[in-house]
Write a protein that binds this ligand. Structure first.
Ligand code: FAD
Ligand code: SF4
Length: 414
């Protein structure tokens, strides 16, 4: 691979190891992807040398990286691969003995713990939180089950997971598991052969609508009755946001009642321009949105992913994935609402939530609903703000998904 020096990255470069290195950027400095940077952490390391190729926001390269990671590109004519990427299996699962305090039932943490216990890896890249702030991410290389467990639950903010990559190479570690979201995994896939590893396992989660720490504060303050006591939240399949508070109580807010006019600019520009919702390059993906309420949704992309799942099979209850309903009309109607930041009065939002939960899309159709709504919104964001990047940045699968809908004219855009 030929390394190209980024225009706005530091210019000193050495090749002491088996690859090129450049000086990491200072915290807080403007990154090569500028406002589209998702703070994935790569630029905090000497692997910044490869940023022009590796950055998910500078170089969209799904086709090449699918080939490299899974041995083939997705079949765009297979409806499930169009939406969910290259895969050999999809199931719904939950832990028979859930991990307390995990985001869902703790399948991700359980896989990582078992990988360490069975000595299949020497370390796990995951993200704990800082002592003073439960939502401030602190990426680490966990070497014990206890350290993995301490990283359970989402830190729903941009997290520089790749900032620990230099430590991987310097430690001489040969077998590694990385847990991460799509933008982190895209950059990782580009530099993975520079890390000196014999085996890399990649365990991904889906990711959408992420925010900076300040953006998260705004979201909590606008949406929850008690922002300071929230320990966990999730946008769930029943079309409600579920907040869990310190005292164990739960609060739900219907999606349609969110103050979208105030929240319009809260999502990070990186996430408004992302089309890697389902973490296309991970070996195994563990989310929830393609599964019935209370279950997790698992996508096995390749043999390495199958090995990761197998290691916790005896801890899981499983069922086949299902799909019910028709999302298309609901997506089409949501486009202007998302776009213009319409907020319904709370009584109407609750009513709409109840109706849509009864008759709305379920299982994989719910996942398609969420993908369609976000891809159409993000396509409009790109078209409006980065028209010169649109053609190269939006992957073919996303173009086909968006083409199913009628989008507002640019002339009527605000
Ligand atoms: P746990 O066992 O609790 O482990 C969670 C793991 O996530 C930990 O290992 C930790 O290292 C890692 N992690 C936490 N925060 C971050 C972060 N900011 N960046 C990278 N890694 C992190 N699933 C869907 O199906 N649809 C969605 O729309 C969706 N959105 C998500 C948005 C974000 C920002 C994140 C982080 C995840 C999202 N997920 C989504 C995944 C889902 O919420 C769960 O994380 C997943 O199902 C695993 O649950 P678990 O109980 O097995 O995880
Ligand atoms: Fe660097 Fe990652 Fe930001 Fe791209 S997203 S500029 S690779 S830190």
């Amino acid at each position: 691979m030929t390394a190209i020096h980024p225009d706005s990255a530091p210019q000193s470069s050495t090749s002491q190891g088996t690859h090129q290195k450049s000086k990491a950027m200072k915290p807080g400095s403007r990154r090569p992807a500028k406002e589209l940077c998702s703070e994935c952490g790569l630029c905090d390391t000497y692997y910044i040398h490869y940023v022009k190729e590796a950055c998910a926001f500078l170089n969209q390269q799904f086709d090449d990286l699918e080939e490299q990671s899974h041995g083939r590109q997705r079949d765009l004519d297979n409806p499930d691969e169009l939406y969910f990427g290259v895969h050999q299996d999809m199931i719904a699962a939950r832990k028979t003995d859930p991990i307390a305090g995990a985001q869902w039932t703790g399948i991700v943490s359980s896989i990582a713990i078992e990988m360490l216990k069975q000595k299949k890896v020497e370390g796990v890249v995951c993200v704990q939180n800082t002592e003073s702030d439960r939502f401030q991410p602190m990426p680490i290389i966990a070497r014990t089950p206890e350290e993995v467990l301490a990283a359970r639950v989402n830190k729903p903010t941009l997290s520089p997971n790749l900032s620990v990559l230099e430590q991987v190479e310097q430690s001489g570690m040969k077998r590694l598991l990385v847990i991460g979201v799509g933008c982190q995994i895209q950059a990782l896939r580009t530099v993975q052969d520079k890390l000196g590893l014999e085996k890399l396992y990649v365990l991904g989660t889906p990711c959408v609508d992420n925010v900076t720490r300040a953006g998260l504060q705004k979201f909590l303050e606008t949406t929850s009755r008690s922002p300071e006591t929230v320990v966990h939240y999730e946008f769930m399949q029943d079309f409600r946001v579920h907040f869990k508070h310190e005292d164990g109580s739960e609060e739900t807010v219907p999606f349609f009642g969110l103050k979208t006019n105030q929240l319009k600019d809260v999502f990070a520009p990186s996430c408004m321009s992302c089309f890697d919702y389902v973490n296309n390059l991970a070996d195994l993906v563990v989310g929830y949105m393609g599964a019935p309420f209370g279950w997790q949704w698992i996508v096995v992309r390749n043999e390495t992913g199958a090995e990761l799942l197998e290691i916790v099979r005896d801890q899981l209850e499983t069922q086949p994935v299902m799909s019910k309903g028709d999302r298309k009309a609901a997506v089409q109607q949501s486009i202007p609402a998302y776009d213009k930041g319409v907020t319904l009065p709370m009584w109407a939002a609750k009513l709409m939530g109840v109706v849509i939960e009864k008759i709305g899309p379920k299982g994989l159709e719910y996942a398609r609903f969420s993908i369609d709504s976000h891809f159409t919104r993000n396509f409009l964001f790109m078209r409006r703000n980065y028209p010169q990047k649109l053609a190269a940045h939006v992957p073919e699968f996303a173009k086909r998904i968006v083409a199913q809908y009628k989008l507002p004219d640019d002339n009527s855009d605000s």
